[in-house]
Structures are given as C-alpha cells and as structure tokens.
Design a protein around this ligand. Structure first.
Ligand code: C2O
Ligand code: CU
Ligand code: CU
Length: 514
C-alpha cells in the first residue's frame, strides 16, 4: 500500500479560464490540445504523469453565454503508447491503435457530428480516424439553459482509461435569467471537480491491469468491473484546502470519478443550499444536509460561511467510511474561514429560482422499458448490458424528432447505475421498487411498494440519474432539437466500456418524405 498522504496541505487549485483565440459573428473559437504532462498532485508525492487538455488536469474552463455558439478544435498530441493498461480483448480493440480520443461535452445539445460519438475517435494529429469520424472542429450552439457542463473523452472501449489519465474539464454556460438572481459570483463562485485516483509511491497513477481476484485464464490486461481509487482529488489536488471569507459562496460541483459516488456532508452546523442540478437551476432552493451524487452528476450549491469565521469545515463523503479502517475517502477537502471579509456580501439566495415546465403535460409518444442486466462473457467476467443488447447490436431506441417519451430503467442488478442520455435533459418521474429475488427466479416484476418521487434536489433538469438496484426509474424526455445518432449509457466508466452503452437514433421523419 502507498504511504499515507497528509490531508489538507495543498491549496485548492484555481481552474484557469480559457480565452477564445478568435471571436467572429458565428461565435467563439477555441483550440485545445490533448498532451501528456507532469504535475504535482500532492506536496509529498513526486510529480505524476497525466494526460490533459492543454496539458492541464482538470482541463481549462470554457465559459459561454446562452445562444452564443462555441467552436472547439480538439487536437490530439498524445503519445502512441497508452499511459494505462488497455484490455484489447473487448470491442475488437486489438485491431485498433492503442491511443484514440474523441471529446464529448456532457449535457450539451448539439448535432451528432459534434457530440463525440465513441466511434468518431482519432489518433495523434488525426493520422487514423474511426468509422464515425467526420470533423475536426465541434460546434456547441448553446441554445440551452445556463448550467455546468463538462467535457471528457469518450473513445470506444477505453473511455475509463482516457478519463482516468486526466482527460476531463468543465464548461460553464451562462444565461441572463440566472445572472439576474445576483447569486455569489466572481471570486465567490468556485467550480469543484471531485475525482478519485490511486497512486504508486513514485507518484505515478495506479490503475490495476486485472481485477484483484483474477482467474488464470483472464486476458492481461483485463477490464475491471468497477474501480474506486483510494485517494480523493479536487481540481486535480489530493485532499486540498480552500481559504474563504465569512460570506456566501457558490460551488459548482462535478463528480468526475470513474465509478465512485459520494454523499456530501459538512462537518459543521452549516447546511447546503442546493440551487441547481445537471441542467441548471432548480425551481426553488433546497436546504439539504447531505447530497448524494453519482459519476457525471453536477450539483450547484450555496454554502454560507458567514457564521463560521475562524472555523475549519471539512467537506465529507459519508459513503467513504466503510468497514475498512484504512479507507480515507470519507473526507474530500477543507474550507478554512480565515480570510477577512473584503466587502459586504450583497449576493442573494432567493428561494424561487427558475421556471421548469413539466414534461408530463406533453403527449407521450412511446413508453420504453429498458433493463439493466448483469451477465458474463466467455472468460466468466461480469458483462453488464442494456436490455440484453451489446453496443454493436442494431439500434432499438429510435424516438421521433420532437416527440416526448417515457423511459423506464429496470435495474435487475444489485447495485446502482447512473444512467445518462446524450442530447437531452430529462425529468425524473419516479423510482418504484420491485422484488429482485422473485425476478431472478422467474423474470416477473412484482412491485414491493408504490412509486416514490425523486428527491427534491433531483426534480429539475437532469442528464444523468441514479437508477437504484431493484427499482424501475422512470424518466421523461423530449427528443429535440437535433436528429441523428446519439448514445445512452451507464456513466460508471468501467460499465460504459463493457458494455452498458447503446446507440439511439432521433428520427426526423421529414427526411424520409422526399
Ligand atoms: Cu459524460 Cu456519454 O458521457
Ligand atoms: Cu453526455
Ligand atoms: Cu453501471
């Protein structure tokens, strides 16, 4: 085991805002290059070799305004050898170059050719490209609500490794309605990307090449069924601290981890005031003691430190305190209320935040029930599937452009999966428990209770939602404004890679009329 690292010795890094290299009538233009680089992630660890957008982890922040398009040319200048162990036994990866990338902006509404389709990958300098590759510059129209989006790698079969190596960053979309609220801003609005990693004593990233209890017949490397790192990083530093003033702050928090979910708590009387979820502001502020969030989910919270001058407050993860006394993941970072108040805090925390029309008013064109299923492969490894289909099976979900559908995720496994749909922000209707033992005997769904509405902080717009074990999670989405092929998947990256991802097609019927 790695030697213990002292907590709260490094300051939280600020994430640099990237300036566009040009602005034109059709929007802001950026060029971002994926590179290998070295960085110190903790005072007492030698530098770690990472991959990052513009050689940074997290990648640079892009800030955009609603209705002002952003164009990004995502360049790959990574080495030809992967930083981490690539399992080539899945998805025919033995036929493909080891280092392939494609960028997806998570939560965005854009056309398929800018969405980062997993098979639109390319290698260093676009030397080789995947079957779905069609363009070097992606366009994000930004005709959507203000929200915290994030960009990350999405290459087929190696997303977990590319993201773990550091290919992830954040993107803030602003809108006027939100600005009018006078929430804490500027120095008092802070993005936090929470991730877990493991390290070797020499500072290098540790990602096991096989599961712990690997049978002899397993390929090496072999994909893990899940991966939890033993160390928590925020904005690329291990267990950092942040000095704050005694006033309100707004934190835009992303769970950028591969598998790990968190239940956030503060070790003080202070509560979170949650104002937003994946797709932007909630209808009204939710005062909340602990917040659970799964990989890829975002939460937008206000923390008021005004009564905490002089105190140190730890952001804790209630899920980290397992049976293992060596487990240190119960803590995330520390806030030190040590700075003097610069100016009177004139920011507001309104209770009414935004208007969210309910999609339940729409005509429902289709209801699809989709099972989250566990099976196994020829090496007896766990193989997780969506509706018993593999990635390469023909498309089965094909909503009409502009239609509203209800999708029910029937989780027949015994753990949660964060289910994510590209293109849309959806609304969560309910979770309904069923008898999993019965299901395992005869495949029948016998409900064991009435549907439960989503938690108050999950009643806004969402693009990723926890589908708990032995529950049907029903969501409703309007498939617009673009047609074409997108994907939906579990956002536990080890699951997404094998094989909990499916293409889906938004069908524009007018295209067939001619
Ligand atoms: Cu954040 Cu398809 O992913
Ligand atoms: Cu996405
Ligand atoms: Cu999953």
């Amino acid at each position: 085991m790695r030697r213990k690292l002292e907590k709260f010795v490094d300051p939280l890094p600020e994430i640099r805002l990237l300036k566009p290299y040009k602005k034109t009538k059709d929007g802001a233009h950026y060029e971002i290059t994926m590179k290998q680089f070295r960085k110190k992630v903790h005072r007492d660890l030698p530098p770690t070799t990472l991959w990052g957008y513009n050689g940074q982890f997290p990648g640079p922040m892009i800030e955009a305004n609603r209705d002002e398009p952003v164009h990004v040319t995502w360049l790959n200048q990574l080495p030809n050898k992967h930083l981490l162990p690539v399992d080539v036994s899945i998805h025919g990866l033995d036929q493909l170059p080891a280092v392939r990338t494609v960028v997806h902006l998570h939560g965005v509404e854009t056309k398929p050719d800018s969405d980062g389709h997993p098979e639109a990958w390319y290698t260093n300098n676009f030397r080789e490209t995947g079957p779905a590759f069609s363009r070097k510059t992606f366009t994000y129209p930004n005709h959507q609500r203000g929200s915290l989006l994030w960009y990350h790698d999405h290459a087929m079969g190696i997303t977990r490794l590319n993201v773990y190596a550091g290919l992830a960053g954040m993107y803030i979309l602003r809108d006027k309605q939100e600005e009018a609220l006078n929430l804490p801003a500027g120095d008092y609005e802070i993005p936090l990307m929470i991730t877990d990693r493991s390290f070797n004593d020499d500072g290098s990233l540790l990602y096991p090449s096989q599961p712990d209890d690997a049978a002899d017949n397993l390929p090496n490397p072999s994909i893990l069924p899940a991966f939890n790192g033993d160390t928590i990083l925020v904005n690329g530093k291990i267990w950092p601290y942040l000095e704050v003033e005694p006033r309100k702050y707004r934190f835009r928090i992303l769970n950028g981890s591969n598998t790990r979910s968190y239940r956030l708590q503060l070790d003080s009387e202070t509560l979170f005031q949650q104002i937003g979820s994946d797709g932007g502001l909630l209808r009204s502020t939710v005062e909340i003691e602990e917040i659970s969030f799964q990989p890829a989910e975002r939460i937008d919270v206000i923390i008021d430190f005004s009564k905490a001058a002089g105190q140190s407050i730890t952001l804790k993860n209630d899920l980290g305190e397992g049976a293992d006394p060596n487990d240190e993941t119960g803590e995330i970072m520390q806030f030190r209320v040590t700075k003097p108040l610069k100016n009177k805090d004139s920011s507001h925390l309104p209770s009414a935040l935004s208007v969210i029309p309910s999609l339940k008013q729409n005509d429902i064109s289709a209801i699809r029930y989709l099972k989250l299923v566990g099976s196994s492969d020829e090496f007896d490894r766990p193989l997780l599937l969506l509706n018993n289909k593999h990635w390469h099976d023909p498309v089965t979900e094909n909503p009409r452009l502009g239609s509203t559908e209800m999708w029910g995720f029937i989780n027949t496994t015994n753990f949660s999966h964060p289910i994510h749909m590209h293109l849309v922000q959806f609304q969560v209707l309910e979770h309904q428990p069923f008898d999993l033992d019965q299901y395992n005997i005869d495949g029948k769904i016998i409900f064991t209770g009435p549907p439960r509405p989503p938690a108050a902080n999950n009643r806004g717009w969402k693009d990723t939602i926890e589908a708990p074990a032995a529950n049907i999670t029903r969501v409703i989405a309007k498939f617009a404004p673009y047609s074409g092929e997108f994907v939906w998947h579990c956002h536990i990256l080890e699951h997404e890679d094998y094989d909990m991802m499916r293409p889906y097609i938004v069908v524009d019927e007018d295209e067939y009329d001619e």
